[in-house]
Design a protein around this ligand. Structure first.
Ligand SMILES: [Zn+2]
Length: 283
């Protein structure tokens, strides 16, 4: 029977093989007043011991996102994708595929800036233009879920998300996949993090080949380890603010320097680690 339930409790797709990892439960997140998820502000107990949430940032990118979608489909499990507006503008067709396969889509700014340095109008353009372009390309409602680039927030931004009823996401287990160059270390780092912490929101990036390569094996390891995948869904769709244009691009400092999108986002991730290291030192 096909039922368009808001929150299907368990994947019951007849195409799923017996023993697939699946989704153990769905948590319906109430985004009212912009609650935090993940360390250090989130409620650790929103997940039970052994439960994990799979998240992927910085995409969509055609090859890597699709490889990850295929791996997730094979195990009948679901993830949350925090998409970047510029990437959506370049690869809108991938948004449809992610949504059509039942995954949750949140956002991650338009151009991946350090949000802590932005003014309120800049935050508005970065956030709202991204929500709008994702929604334009998704057959499903965009979730009011936001992850900070570099995990870097500010009081101004936090107040903004609270006023917009958009849940704010950090991370519990960082794969640090941006600094890996092969799948093995990505898997080891996630499994070691889980062993130490026992549960949590796992951060990966769907813009790296080695991450895409790691996901099939990682899902098997999660299954072997008895971990349960939880899907997050929103209790209510995000309220759109129409006609917000993307942020104006700053002129490049070195016009002759050309960098690939992949490298660009890798360096963003690298900077992320520096910032998060610094913020954990401060805290
Ligand atoms: Zn990012």
């Amino acid at each position: 029977m096909v039922a368009l339930s808001l929150c299907p409790p368990v994947i019951a797709d007849e195409a799923c093989p017996a023993g697939a990892l699946g989704v153990s439960r769905t948590i319906e997140v109430d985004p009212k007043d912009g609650p935090w998820f993940g360390e250090p502000h989130g409620d650790r107990n929103f997940l039970a011991p052994g439960e994990v949430v799979l998240t992927f940032d910085d995409g969509p990118s055609p090859a890597d996102t699709r490889e990850i979608l295929a791996a997730l489909a094979k195990q009948c499990t679901k993830a949350t994708f925090f998409m970047v507006g510029e990437m959506v503008a370049a690869h809108p067709e991938v948004v449809k595929e992610v949504a059509a396969q039942g995954h949750t889509i949140g956002t991650h700014t338009w151009s991946h800036p350090n949000v802590a340095r932005l003014t309120l109008p800049e935050i508005t353009h970065e956030v709202e233009a991204t929500i709008n372009i994702v929604q334009k390309n998704s057959p499903e409602p965009v979730a009011p879920f936001f992850r900070y680039p570099y995990l870097s927030s500010s009081k101004l931004a936090e107040d903004y998300f609270k006023s917009r009823n958009i849940a704010q996401f950090a991370v519990d287990i960082d794969s640090s996949d941006w600094r890996m160059r092969s799948s093995g270390p990505v898997i080891s780092r996630v499994m070691a993090g889980l062993k130490a912490r026992g549960r949590g929101i796992i951060l990966m990036h769907d813009i790296h080949k080695w991450t895409a390569d790691a996901v099939p094996q990682l899902l098997l390891k999660l299954k072997e380890g008895g971990y349960k995948v939880v899907q997050l869904k929103a209790k209510a769709p995000v309220q759109l603010i129409a006609d917000v244009t993307p942020p104006v691009k700053a002129a490049p400092k070195y016009a002759s320097r050309k960098r690939s999108t992949l490298r660009r986002y890798s360096s963003h991730s690298k900077r992320s680690a520096q910032l998060s290291r610094r913020s954990s030192e401060i805290r």
